[in-house]
Design a protein. Structure first.
Length: 380
């Protein structure tokens, strides 16, 4: 996901000011380029005094105007906070729209979240080589460890009741207390995998195996599809967990060494401080979000459009899986299956073009050079 590139219209800006006056009279509103979550016009609400009348410290808030096609489901965010921890998943409050006829309420969703500390990793991602034994290496070790612990928290997540979420909310009425697994031969996986990705994984993989450029890439996609179906159709199944759905560098916040780190802290203690923009979250097989790991092991050389792994990438990958297996001991004997799920995620997220949220076109080297390069490098 990428945020709207244009500034909000005067009407939308007035819309945001009206909301701020109505709901947050003690805060000042400004348009904010440092978005925490894409596909929205994002504003920062700053308290006009540091404390309220009771002496409690006021917090900064994020106010987003989101197109309905990219609306957040408050029930999904609440479940994500339960699964992954409210220390990294910001709560979301859906606000009513004032004067709906004037501001076309049906076109926009108004969301308020706390301002999380940190800077999007996309802005701090090293774009030079990193070698073992350096301070930058120690920083990346801390970050991949944090990422492993974050991903591992989902292993035992299980569905809650749907409640009053949106029509395509990834929850059903199951009350089972055991980890959710995929039913053999059932694309829906006990009714859980019914989102826009989960409900059509097999069909999407089959299409990639037929339409991706290059005989080798099509063969790779076909092999991943067969492995995926074999895993999901076996008696043991595979856990289906609440998954972010867009775990890219711009949605992962990390401690900024300039502003979010105390002087006595060392760079080795680099950490993930938040994961934002849960609009695409749904129930998916555990591990399909592992494409996120690659973003901490290298960088895209934009000038050459070539993905370059750091010299220490192998060591960083080893650290990630060591920490993940510490977090989820059951994975120690199932790393092959986990690797297949990681490849499934790479294919689904980089094999289809975003195209404003349609996600129905197989990528090609002419129009989607970055995605094609990521497929080449990450599936090697």
């Amino acid at each position: 996901m990428t945020p709207p590139k244009s500034l909000p219209s005067p009407t939308l800006t007035q819309h945001a000011h009206d909301i701020a006056i109505q709901h947050f009279p003690s805060h000042n509103l400004t348009f904010w380029a440092g978005v925490q979550g894409g596909c929205s016009h994002t504003f920062l609400l700053t308290p006009n005094s540091s404390e309220d009348s009771n002496g409690d410290v006021k917090e900064k808030l994020v106010l987003q105007l989101r197109p309905r096609i990219h609306a957040l489901d408050a029930s999904v965010v609440a479940e994500a906070s339960r699964v992954y921890g409210d220390d990294v998943v910001p709560s979301a409050r859906i606000l009513p729209t004032p004067n709906p006829s004037e501001y076309e309420e049906g076109e926009w969703q108004v969301v308020c979240t706390p301002l999380l500390p940190g800077t999007p990793y996309s802005r701090l991602q090293p774009t030079v080589d990193i070698r073992p034994g350096t301070a930058m290496f120690a920083r990346q070790v801390g970050l991949v460890g944090c990422l492993a612990r974050f991903i591992g928290r989902a292993w035992t997540s299980r569905p809650r009741s749907r409640g009053r979420g949106r029509a395509d909310s990834p929850f059903d009425d199951s009350t089972s207390t055991s980890p959710t697994t995929y039913d053999a031969g059932c694309e829906g996986g006990r009714g859980q995998m019914k989102g826009k990705v989960g409900g059509v994984i097999r069909a999407k993989l089959r299409r990639l195996a037929e339409e991706l450029e290059g005989v080798e890439m099509r063969a790779r996609a076909g092999g991943v599809r067969r492995d995926y179906e074999g895993i999901m159709d076996c008696d043991d199944g595979w856990p289906v967990v609440l998954t972010h759905g867009d775990l890219i560098a711009s949605n992962i916040l990390i401690a900024d060494s300039n502003s979010d780190r105390r002087e006595e802290e060392e760079i080795e203690e680099a950490r993930i401080t938040g994961v934002v923009d849960w609009a695409e979250a749904e129930w998916l097989p555990f591990g399909v979000c592992l494409y996120a790991v690659e973003q901490f092991l290298g960088f895209l050389d934009a000038e050459a459009n070539v993905w370059r792994y750091y010299a220490c990438a192998g060591e960083l990958r080893r650290v990630f899986y060591e920490v993940l297996c510490e977090e989820v001991p059951e994975l120690k004997g199932r790393l092959w299956e986990l690797g297949v799920m990681g490849d499934v995620g790479v294919l689904l997220w980089y094999g289809y073009a975003w195209d404003g949220g349609r996600i129905d076109r197989v990528v090609n080297s002419v129009d989607d050079g970055v995605e094609v390069e990521c497929l080449r490098a990450w599936l090697s």
